[in-house]
Ligand binder design. Structure first.
Ligand code: MD3
Ligand code: FE
Length: 217
């Protein structure tokens, strides 16, 4: 065995699993970037506070939400949409911090999507018991662009279905540091998050935080 081969044998490639066509799970992809990623999320939340959104049907979502990027995802009685300014402050959303932008681009590139350039990053914070019902993400302009999801804090069970609300779903456990890239046929699949179970993460405490990077416009 050459030195190079020995090095490859010890440096396992980052685990990649395609759990549905076009849906790639990158376990632990955050890795050594953890501290920079958490600092970036803290900075975003300081500038654009987490808030409870209301669905067009008038229900309060159980997650609290904010955004960074050229536009941010907003929901109220008037509908779901992306807006350039944070309605809570009237200010432009904070820019996507470099550490987060690099993480999302590197994850997309790792599964063969090197052109991904996010312009919106949605931050969802789940307290214990918070959940997200099965839904599709259809508010973006170009469904050929993937979505990159980063899980932090408490673990959760992600539910992933097909093109119709009914039908079988697979359950994928997601833990701190996992990244999922949803492209190709998975992009318009129904998905959701089961209620987050009680627990305490060493850094984030009793919360799960999910970042979703999108090309909205
Ligand atoms: C599959 N968030 O914000 S991330 C959402 O964990 C959302 O907070 C969940 O669904 C969360 O819209 C799930 C995984 C995810 C995000 C967007 C997708 C999966 C997706 C869009 C298309 C297909
Ligand atoms: Fe979604």
């Amino acid at each position: 065995m050459s030195g190079r081969q020995r090095a490859l044998a010890f440096a396992a490639p980052p685990p990649r699993e395609e759990f549905a066509p076009g849906a790639w799970l990158l376990r632990g992809f955050v890795g050594a970037r953890e501290a920079d990623v958490l600092a970036a999320v803290t900075a975003v939340v300081e500038q654009a506070p987490l808030r409870t959104m209301t669905t067009p049907g008038g229900k309060r979502m159980s997650v609290t939400t904010t955004s960074c990027g050229d536009c941010g995802w907003v929901s109220d009685r008037r509908g779901y949409r992306y807006e350039a300014n944070d309605p809570a402050t009237g200010l432009p959303w904070p820019a996507i911090p470099e550490a987060l932008d690099a993480l999302a681009r590197d994850a997309a590139a790792a599964v063969g999507q090197p052109a991904f350039a996010p312009d919106a990053c949605l931050v969802n914070r789940y307290a214990v018991g918070a959940k997200m019902a099965l839904h599709q993400d259809r508010d973006e302009a170009d469904f050929a662009q993937p979505i990159v999801s980063v899980s932090l804090g408490l673990p959760a069970t992600f539910q992933f279905g097909g093109a119709a609300r009914k039908g079988p779903t697979v359950r994928v456990p997601l833990v701190h540091g996992d990244v999922v890239v949803f492209g190709g046929p998975s992009r318009l699949c129904f998905h959701g998050v089961l209620p987050v179970k009680d627990g305490a993460h060493p850094v984030l405490g009793p919360y799960r935080v999910n970042l979703t990077f999108r090309r909205a416009r």
